[in-house]
Design a protein around this ligand. Sequence first.
Ligand code: PLP
Length: 389
Amino acid sequence: NIQPAERLKTLPEQFFAKLVAKANARTATGADVINLGQGNPDLPTPRPIVEKLQSAAENPLYHKYPPFRGFPFLKEAVARRYKEDYGVDLDPATEVAILFGGKTGLVEISQCLLNPGDVCLVPDPGYPDYWSGVALANAEMAFMPLLESNGFLPDYAALNPDSVSRAKLMFLNYPNNPTAATATREFYEETVKFARDNGIVVASDFAYGAIGFDGRRPVSFLETPGAKEVGVEFYTLSKSYNMAGWRVGFALGNAQIVEMLNLIQDHYYCSLFGGIQEAAAEALTGPQDSVKELVRSYERRRDALFGALDEIGWKASKPAGSFFCWLPVPQGYTSMEFADLLLERADVVVAPGNGFGEHGEGYVRLGLLAPEERLVEAIRRVGKLQLFR
Ligand code: PLP
């Protein structure tokens, strides 16, 4: 009987694994399940990127170990994208780290910066991978409630002063998973001041940075004066280019933190396959029409879904960005009970809000990750349960 190290026992339960198991069990009964529970983009990677990988696979240079910290051309490509999209200057040599998807960096940054007993400020509700990194670092979490009444932004003045004084790191994520809220420039200015005053590093998770609706481009944290002094931004190709399976992400900004992330990665990985790096550079430097089209298609889906919500009387606020909808559950149900009910009686999978933290209770998260007619069909099935009128 082999016992895991204590550290492994601190890892939070992967609640998505449970969700997938429930959905699969239902599908196995032959039911026509509409799965809107996970955050896996359903559209394919644009062809030019795939074709670049196909030709790059022939390059014998890429058959060898890549340089430890990746190829300079990929760092230059992401720096150029940031300059073009956000007006942010980044030194590709010192202010960019290549990651295996944003996820690895989001977990590793806690190990880079937190000692046992240190505190990490974590949004609630929020993306559960932040918790795992803090647990592996043997550090403590203090949750920052994201309330609808405050636009799902944390209220720094309302945080416990003891937690703030022990905090070394904080996570922010806008456009937000799961609430679909976006941040304002003023909020980020306030964040830089808060971080500076309290000696806290900011980890801005910009996974949905490309996806903003109604003509509004989401703001990058790095656009804020002073941002690079206090933090890094995590950027990924998973959502903006439908490349979730390719595992390409970046940490950008503060050179000291970028160096720490590179250092820890040196001990785990030897960078991504060179062909993937070349294809990723193609995504970042080639025509960006596919990104615009992707945003338009999520916006059409959002509008179709909200039309259907309106028909059945399910009232919610429209997402400003990301590809999620954060919908209130009807009176008398917990988010878990409601999600179970939708699966059992409507064959619709949604993610219960409490899986993202205590303040996620009372909501469910739906992904705009199916064609419009399936999204509308899902909501009409829910409508038949007569829960909203
Ligand atoms: N951050 C958030 C908020 C996410 O929702 C996700 C993926 O679902 C990630 C990070 C991880 O992205 P990646 O595919 O780059 O690891």
